[in-house]
Design a protein around this ligand. Structure first.
Ligand code: AMP
Length: 307
């Protein structure tokens, strides 16, 4: 089934305890698309870049299975720039700079070839643009998954509330869930957030895995215990892209299949953190992915007799 992704495309400057890079391809869209394309190709993209965006990155995305018909290039604009610095534990980071640039006035256009989109992934960017993409499609997709972040919770809370009412699955991290709901308990937070619109909620807990909520149903998947985490940037987007891509490829939106999608999303995210930028995802082979999914299965499989 077809999958459309909307998200930011950016240049990132990143500092982690293990290294520093001044400029690398980032934004939610490249990570989501390259992850989702491991399951379904081509992945349709709606995003925006400036005149400074290099052909080599376009070529890499196209080679990775991304349909670039909906990527706008603004001739007199600059690509979004984001900069972040990770704390020693790598679970938290400070955003140093967010320059939205061409993303600030982004008016998304949906190419006609995207009209029959079945699955929609609203990657992290302005909730207004997320809503516009959904509303500009001639028919509502079968499933709408959305990611967002604290930036939009504090900058555009009213717009975020409107978009939340229109979606099916929300994917955020634990601190964002607490901020959005005003609750510390993730159980209570999940209940409150599901009342805001999405019937299904995923709460990512970084190196501690992810929780899936749907009504009173709950599932937990741990994260793999990795030898090295070099740069966590984009891990959440990679996870969401893997989740949405797997659902689109299998065309099954049952709770059971969402559990499998979470395992695939987690396995993909574990590769994404090995290097700066989305290059590792681009190079990732099917064999490498399957072998890591197997490691996952082995990690969580246990039989405990309950009398
Ligand atoms: P993640 O680590 O999954 O939260 O994603 C990090 C990516 O999100 C980086 O590559 C940034 O370029 C991008 N990003 C950071 N802030 C924003 C924002 N306000 N809107 C859209 N994308 C952003």
């Amino acid at each position: 089934m077809s999958l459309l992704v909307v998200g930011s495309t950016a240049f990132d400057a990143i500092e982690t305890p293990f290294g520093k890079i001044e400029k690398v391809l980032g934004g939610s869209a490249p990570f989501i698309c390259l992850a989702a394309a491991k399951f379904t190709k081509p992945v349709r993209l709606v995003s925006v870049v400036g005149a400074d965006f290099p052909e080599s990155d376009l070529a890499m995305l196209a080679d990775g299975g991304v349909d670039l018909a909906g990527l706008q290039k603004i001739a007199d604009g600059k690509t979004m720039f984001w900069s972040g610095k990770y704390h020693t534990d790598m679970n938290s980071r400070d955003t140093l700079v967010t320059e939205l640039n061409v993303l600030a006035d982004f008016d998304p256009t949906i190419p006609e070839s995207y009209n029959d989109t079945d699955y929609l992934m609203l990657g992290n960017l302005s909730p207004t643009v997320q809503r516009q993409v959904l509303e500009r499609l001639p028919k509502r997709p079968k499933l709408v998954v959305m990611d967002t972040m604290n930036f939009w919770m504090s900058h555009t809370p009213a717009e975020l509330a409107v978009t939340l009412k229109l979606i099916d699955v929300l994917c955020i991290n634990d601190s964002e869930a607490r901020e959005l709901s005003g609750e510390y308990s993730l159980r209570k937070a999940a209940r409150k957030i599901m009342e805001m619109g999405p019937k299904t909620l995923i709460i990512k807990k970084g190196e501690h895995g992810a929780l899936l909520f749907q009504g009173e149903q709950l599932f937990f998947a741990p994260a793999l215990l990795l030898e090295d985490v070099f740069d966590p940037t984009g891990a959440g987007d990679t996870f969401a892209g893997g989740f949405a891509g797997y659902l689109a490829a299998t065309d099954d939106i049952s709770f059971e299949n969402m559990k499998r999608a979470i395992i695939y999303g987690s396995a993909l995210a574990s590769f994404s953190v090995e290097e700066f930028g989305p290059q590792r995802l681009h190079r990732l082979t099917e064999e490498e992915l399957n072998s890591r999914v197997q490691t996952f299965v082995d990690l969580v499989q246990y039989q405990v007799p309950v009398s």
